[in-house]
Design a protein around this ligand. Structure first.
Ligand SMILES: Cc1cc2nc3c(=O)[nH]c(=O)nc-3n(C[C@H](O)[C@H](O)[C@H](O)COP(=O)(O)OP(=O)(O)OC[C@H]3O[C@@H](n4cnc5c(N)ncnc54)[C@H](O)[C@@H]3O)c2cc1C
Length: 476
């Protein structure tokens, strides 16, 4: 749909994380004029790109909360969503490990909670645990076993956004919402966007966004979680390994990632803002020491990257998904901390119900689709398929990222898709170029050259992640 400055949107979604993009996708099935606004220069730039990536089974949330309902439902819906969107997803066991009798009592309490939540889990013996995970600390006394899964969190968010964009949703990136005027039947955002409904999915900033219409009903505390990623050859676990949860959260875990790396973390530290994403030596040591309690032979060799994500911890203990008391057309999707990724398909479904019940007309759009194709990877093709791909497009034979075997054709496609990559990081999150052992040391300059060529911009204008993050300095 073509829009101009007089366009009145039906819905403006603030925040292009997994919540905002999954909601945009769900709403794009209807004949509605929708925009998604994000201050970052790419989708999935907040908590949705930096988390543990676990599709929690749903045993952990307090029974009766919205979190418990949406987690269990989200984990079920995720199986369909990842097929429709062709997102990397892997089913694997998750174990909550107990190292003494007291911790085993916590495991038994978790089992009762799972029963209340209607989620199937079982307790298993020390011997069973060690059969599944031979590298584990032999002091383990038992565990809670659940069928769980892992997903690519930014892959899911990008795929949902691409699907929504294909269905006509407009994405305005690099657009910071700083003002909202409330009129009788519409809102005006930053003096230029008119919309009938607003969905506030601004993560750590959702309380600030609420305050723009005078809604001070909740607050959000940013809590940082730090991680370390190991090279693929260092992967030594088959399941998601949790220690027993404490008041501070689920604790440090060790898990494979969908791409075959090993992820270790997070800690939990209150910080000032969502910008505090630098890792610290204290945080990394804490994570490493706790992980060593799970796998005593773990060393720091093989760590290829450290990173941190910021949780949006709400003042209450639950997700805040409700209309504002100030305006019946302003819907909060706030305080979406873990398991917000696992819950995201159910969050979108729940938001649709709330909007329908509020009187929004939802007429199915004939031309919409729930399907989206992933970028074809030369590394996953058989010899025959690879030959066909190269015959069709010779750029598949030109490998740019040697660590991950990513071809030039994949990078070019990432740039020209809906919500195409506009920076080196955006290419990385769509193709994995730069995510391997050398962390982009070899391929980043080549990716920058391809961006420059395909976007027809000087190399000096190519950025790491948009805005002023130019990667080359101009000669004085
Ligand atoms: C350390 C950690 C571990 C986690 N592990 C898991 C897990 O294993 N499983 C699981 O299910 N969940 C997990 N989560 C939770 C999950 O990551 C979040 O629930 C989910 O990503 C929240 O998505 P969101 O879209 O609500 O927020 P975000 O992804 O943070 O998106 C909010 C967006 O709003 C934008 N924004 C903010 N202010 C403005 C503004 N003024 N104008 C325009 N845009 C704005 C931001 O740029 C951002 O892109 C974890 C989270 C963390 C931090």
């Amino acid at each position: 749909m073509k829009t101009n400055k007089n366009t009145i949107y039906d819905i403006a979604i603030i925040g292009a994380g997994v919540s905002g993009c999954m909601i945009a996708r769900e709403m794009s099935m209807f004949d509605l004029n929708i925009c998604v606004l994000d201050k970052a220069y790419d989708v999935s730039s907040g908590a949705s790109k930096a988390n543990s990536a676990i599709v929690h089974a749903g045993y952990d949330p307090i029974p009766g909360t919205l979190k418990s309902k949406l987690n269990a439902r989200g984990a079920k819906l995720m199986k369909t969503a990842v097929k429709e969107l062709e997102v990397e997803y892997k089913v694997l066991p998750s174990l909550v490990l107990a190292y003494d009798e007291e911790q085993m009592n916590t495991v038994l309490a978790l089992k009762e909670r799972a029963d209340d939540n209607g989620v199937s889990v079982k307790t298993i013996s020390r011997e069973e645990v060690l059969t599944i995970e031979p590298m584990l600390n032999p002091d383990v006394v038992g565990a809670l076993y659940a069928d769980s899964a892992i997903v690519c969190p930014y892959g899911l968010t990008i795929a949902a956004a691409e699907n929504a964009a294909k269905n006509g949703v407009e994405f305005k990136l690099g657009y910071e919402v700083s003002r909202i005027e409330t009129h009788e039947s519409l809102f005006i955002i930053n003096d230029d966007i008119k919309t009938k409904y607003i969905i506030n999915a601004a993560g750590v900033n959702s309380a600030e966004i609420a305050s723009l219409i005078g809604d001070l009903s909740f607050s959000i505390t940013p809590r940082r979680g730090e991680y370390m990623i190991y090279d693929k050859q260092n992967l030594c676990v088959n399941s998601v390994l949790f220690t027993v949860p404490t008041k501070l959260g689920k604790g440090v875990l060790i898990t494979p990632s969908v791409s075959g790396n090993m992820l270790v973390g997070p800690n939990a530290q209150v910080v000032q803002s969502e910008c505090d994403i630098q890792t610290t030596s204290e945080g990394q040591n804490f994570v490493f020491e706790n992980a060593k309690r799970i796998i005593p032979s773990l060393t720091k060799r093989g760590i290829i990257r450290e990173f941190a994500g910021i949780r949006a911890t709400p003042s209450g203990d639950d997700f805040i998904i409700r209309f504002s008391e100030i305006s019946s057309k302003f819907l909060h999707v706030a305080g979406i901390e873990s398991p917000g990724l696992a819950s995201s398909p159910a969050v979108a479904e729940y938001v649709l119900e709330l909007l329908k019940n509020s009187g929004l007309r939802t007429i199915p759009k004939k031309s919409s689709t729930r399907y989206r194709k992933q970028i074809r990877k030369i590394s996953e093709a058989t010899a025959e398929e690879a030959a066909e791909m190269i015959a069709e497009n010779p750029l598949y034979s030109h490998v740019i990222c040697r660590c991950e075997t990513i071809s030039e054709a994949e990078i070019v496609e990432a740039i020209h898709r809906p919500i195409g990559a506009r920076s080196v990081d955006a290419v990385k999150f769509r193709t994995r170029a730069g995510m391997g052992r050398c962390q982009g040391g070899f391929c980043s300059p080549k990716v920058a050259e391809i961006l420059s060529r395909e976007l027809n911009i000087p190399l000096s204008e190519v950025t790491q992640f948009g805005g002023n993050s130019k990667i080359l300095c101009k000669k004085q």
